[in-house]
Design a binder for this molecule. Structure first.
Ligand SMILES: C[S@@+](CC[C@H](N)C(=O)[O-])C[C@H]1O[C@@H](n2cnc3c(N)ncnc32)[C@H](O)[C@@H]1O
Length: 214
């Protein structure tokens, strides 16, 4: 007999609602809905803006960003794995490791203007050891913040995914020291038990002028 199995607790459904929805809408990844939700709450990718997407493969976020900034904007996406090329000319992608020594130089070679938003959905390969995974996630988010502060214009935005854990509060304080407002967002499309959240930094403060040497 074929029938619906009884529901006991919450079964793990790899091909869940958002997976199916992404497929129907031609999106490369279900994670696109997380960014969509963030962008609906915070207008951080405006028409004509320049946005950097770190950890961009397979390109779900990039699809949303490409539409948000439009053809007068620029979207730069990088990842350690290759991203299937985009036909839109305002989207450029490259295989880059953000933790590599030559990352900053390679990013500058791709785009030398200031960014209006730096977004990181980077996630480390998980080891299963909670403290290790949290530390790796934090390292990626920390690098994203460093890039955002160095390469963005005052007033710009920052979004980074990270696992809630030991040093989360410290990182939030770091983001707060650079941005006027900081929000913690857990999008609806985040899988049930996931510990991940997004930190959103709004309005990058202008860098303090270097103190004059006597
Ligand atoms: C959750 S996926 C990103 C999904 C993407 N936002 C999308 O919508 O298609 C996380 C990505 O982080 C990338 N990543 C992890 N470590 C990285 C690093 N050191 N440099 C660049 N990308 C990295 C992974 O290769 C992976 O593709």
């Amino acid at each position: 007999m074929v029938g619906t199995p009884p529901v006991m607790g919450k079964p793990y459904r790899p091909k869940d609602h958002y997976f199916q929805k992404a497929k129907q809408e031609g999106l490369r990844a279900r994670s696109a809905f997380k960014l969509d939700e963030i962008l609906k709450r915070f207008p951080i990718a405006k028409k004509g803006g320049a946005v950097l997407d770190l950890g961009a493969a397979p390109g779900g976020f990039l699809q949303i960003l490409a539409d948000s900034v439009g053809t007068s904007g620029r979207v730069i996406g990088v990842d350690i794995v290759a991203i299937r090329p985009f036909t839109q000319k305002h989207v450029s992608t490259a295989v880059l490791d953000v933790l590599a020594d030559d990352f900053d130089a390679k990013l500058l070679a791709m785009y030398d203007g200031p960014f209006d938003a730096v977004i990181s959905d980077m996630a480390p390969k998980t080891s299963g050891i909670k403290a290790t995974d949290e530390a790796r996630s934090l390292r990626l988010a920390g690098k994203a913040l460093e890039v955002a502060v160095a390469r963005s214009r005052p007033g710009s935005s920052f979004v980074a995914k990270l696992f809630m854990g030991g040093d989360f509060e410290e990182f939030r304080a770091q983001v707060r020291s650079h941005y006027e407002e900081v929000k913690v967002v857990r999008p609806e499309a985040t899988r049930g038990a996931s510990m991940e959240v997004y930190l959103v930094g709004l309005r990058l403060k202008a860098a303090a002028p270097a103190s004059a040497t006597p």
